[in-house]
Design a protein around this ligand. Structure first.
Ligand code: AKG
Ligand code: FE2
Length: 311
């Protein structure tokens, strides 16, 4: 029997005054966020800006969205890989996905809504847009905390100005008796940061550096904040980008809504993070070039960013 205590994801309270710059708890919150991302590559953020009413409205909206006919959902296309409609696949029959590029910009969520519902769907558009705005604020808060903890605030504004978001919706149906229960293949995200919320159905598992799988069982009003491989490269390998997967064990459908942050500019490791002990590990890279590389990488290596621009 394995007598080690089961690992748990760190939980960090980012609600109310706790994570206000200048508050007495700000510096320690910044350091906790950085250390969690270095050690686990993720943490559970308690963040109360998304009300339970908005949470319900968002997941009701997702049920409506995925109930649309396949031909309608297939109109969600993009010239970027992994951005558009993903239909259930023979090897991965459970997952279906869709995405809105730059969802925090109202016009973008509006045009997605009109594509799906030519006669409009104000409830969908309002709730998804508000949600993406609030969660993108959380993304900037977390990024700012990490930059500050490294003493690199001077890079924050430029970084925020070059951030672009993708809001993705996933539906995992329950497996039939003879089917695989693997909802999403083990992978690490290619984003800079990822912020995820789910309905009440669990299934996401995150691997620790030691190789243990932790089941994600979120408390109320919380999000999973997870680093992607772009953040790992930016930090010169300090920040971890954890492998995660979805295993469907429950009998009802699981929905998740995931905000991915990407960069429109070259991602460059700050010189302050390079020294004799930490020689430069990554060349500056184009984030979407990296995403295209990944989409063509049939090997799906453990750490694609090392294959793409590692030194
Ligand atoms: O749905 C989930 O919980 C995980 C989704 C995920 O890993 C992804 O979209 O990259
Ligand atoms: Fe992921």
């Amino acid at each position: 029997m394995d007598l080690r205590t089961l690992p748990m994801l760190p939980t960090i309270n980012l609600s109310g005054q706790t994570a206000k710059p200048g508050s007495s708890s700000w510096a320690s919150a910044c350091s906790n966020v950085r250390r969690a991302l270095e050690e686990y590559g993720c943490f559970v953020a308690v963040y109360d800006k998304v009300s339970s009413e908005l949470q319900s409205a968002v997941f009701d909206a997702l049920e409506d969205l995925f109930s649309l006919p396949t031909e309608t959902k297939a109109k969600n296309t993009s010239n970027k890989p992994f951005y558009g409609y993903q239909s259930p696949h023979p090897i991965f029959p459970l997952i279906e996905g869709m995405g809105i590029e730059d969802a925090p910009i109202l016009e973008r969520t509006q045009s997605f809504t009109n594509l799906m519902w030519p006669t409009g769907n104000k409830r969908f558009c309002d709730s998804i847009h508000l949600y993406s705005e609030l969660v993108s604020e959380l993304e900037r808060l977390v990024k700012g905390m990490v930059f500050e903890s490294y003493g690199l605030e001077k890079y924050l504004n430029a970084h925020i100005n070059s951030t672009t978001y993708l809001l993705r919706f996933n539906k995992y149906r329950a497996p039939r008796k003879t089917e695989t229960n693997l909802g999403a293949f083990p992978h690490s995200d290619k984003s800079f940061l990822t912020i995820l919320r789910q309905n009440q159905v669990n299934g996401l598992e995150i691997q620790t550096k030691e190789g243990d799988w932790i089941k994600y069982e979120p408390p109320a009003q919380s999000f999973l904040v997870m680093a992607g491989e772009a953040f790992l490269a930016w930090s010169n390998n300090r920040i971890h980008a954890p492998i995660h997967r979805v295993i469907m064990t429950e009998k009802t459908a699981r929905y998740s809504i995931v905000l991915f942050a990407f960069s429109n500019d070259l991602v460059i490791t700050p010189e302050e993070l390079v020294d004799d002990e930490h020689p430069l590990r990554f060349k500056p890279f184009d984030h979407f070039g990296f995403l295209c590389f990944y989409s063509k990488d049939t090997q799906k290596t453990d750490c694609t960013i090392k294959a793409y621009c590692g030194l």
